[in-house]
Design a protein around this ligand. Structure first.
Ligand SMILES: *Cc1c(COP(=O)(O)O)cnc(C)c1O
Length: 355
């Protein structure tokens, strides 16, 4: 049973966790190359790409850095409506990149319209957007945003953070025309923390060749030179890749679309539960995350006391993020969480409220 209803790290299946204890192998070996290739090939389906998936030994934020360092030499449009999209903007500016923040209220989605308006005023070589704002439980319509970018500024690259959504909500990178999609291991993929995956199309890699000062560790062209030989420039987290390979097989066995549906059904369960118990949802209908639900604390519950009560039952949820602390609480239902786990949590919250 899953008991971590927090948005990462989340519960890891015991068999996946055990895979990490396999005997070590050198990364410069035929055995490792076979494993690496298998995992990287299987990962493509998750992103909906025919191109390539880089497996990076870093958390997802490392690939925020890769995106800005590889895909911009002119100016970045950073779409911001939460803590992680704000971080991506900070990553851009601290890397010395020119970036404009396109910020909307955190309880509002980034829409195709606002992105279109911004692109009409100024040319950008890169747009960054977070698909699933874990801080607020908002899901931005990245398919519509990508279509808008293609319509107004066809040469602009689009990079999407799918850290808390990949594997839990639809992603059709090639079909939607997204150039770079990144995710972390410890969220909807339900792996231990420490790995990130970044899918990149040919157009984006070709552009990277023209961008100076891409750095070393996150230079995607350097990674590509090694990736085609089923390896990495620096030592990868071999044990985590054992676990990744097992988990990708499990995800493909469940079915990627079935997995999206499982997460969607759990989010709908939370919406219905909230409505039945007099709670509002933070994100507007139509933009609510499939993997993390932010509930407005309409009854002024003591969230710390609620969590203490839940912990006695082996469960844990998340308080609201930053300024939303105590004003909201977050129920993550991603990865190994199934409907019966969620129902156990919701029943426990009801018991707490009935005390
Ligand atoms: C957790 C999270 C991040 C940061 O990922 P790390 O793996 O901790 O670097 C970035 N974006 C989103 C949407 C997240 O949920």
């Amino acid at each position: 049973m899953a008991y971590l209803f927090v948005p990462g790290p989340v519960d890891v299946d015991p068999g996946v966790a055990m895979a990490q204890t396999r005997a070590m192998m050198p990364h410069r070996s035929a055995e490792f190359e076979t494993l690496f290739r298998h995992a990287a090939e299987n990962a493509k389906a998750l992103f909906g790409t025919q191109y390539r998936v880089f497996i990076s030994t870093s958390s997802g934020t490392g690939l925020h850095e890769a995106a800005v360092r590889n895909f911009s030499k002119e100016r970045i449009l950073s779409c911001v409506n939460g803590a992680f999209s704000k971080r991506w903007y900070d990553v851009a500016t601290t890397n010395g990149k020119e970036a404009d923040k396109l910020e909307v209220e955190w309880n509002q989605p980034i829409t195709a319209e606002v992105v279109t308006e911004a692109l009409k005023k100024q040319h950008y070589d890169l747009v960054t957007v977070v698909q699933n704002e874990t801080s607020t439980g908002m899901m931005n319509p990245v398919d519509e945003i990508a279509a808008a970018v293609h319509a107004v500024s066809p040469d602009t690259l689009i990079a999407v953070d799918a850290v808390s959504s990949l594997g839990g909500a639809p992603m059709k990178m090639d079909e939607w025309g997204i150039d770079f999609v990144l995710t972390s291991s410890q969220k909807a993929l339900a792996l231990p923390p420490g790995l990130s995956l970044g899918a990149t199309n040919d157009r984006a890699l070709a552009y990277a060749e023209t961008v100076p000062h891409r750095g070393w560790y996150f230079d995607l062209l350097r990674l590509e030179k090694h990736r085609i030989k089923n390896s990495t420039p620096a030592t990868p987290a071999v044990s985590l890749i054992y676990a990744l390979d097992v988990q990708l097989e499990r995800i493909l066995a469940e079915g990627i679309e079935a997995r999206w549906e499982r997460h969607k059904a759990m989010s709908e369960r939370v919406h219905a539960w909230a409505a039945a118990h007099g709670f509002e949802m933070y994100a507007p209908a139509g933009y609510r995350s499939y993997t993390v639900s932010t509930v407005v604390n309409s009854h002024n519950l003591d969230i710390a006391a609620l969590n203490k009560f839940l912990l006695q039952r082996g469960m844990r949820l998340s308080n609201g993020y930053g300024d939303l602390k105590n004003k909201t609480f977050r129920i993550a239902h991603m990865g190994e969480v199934h409907m019966e786990d969620l129902d156990t949590l919701l029943t426990a919250i009801e018991e707490y409220m009935a005390q």
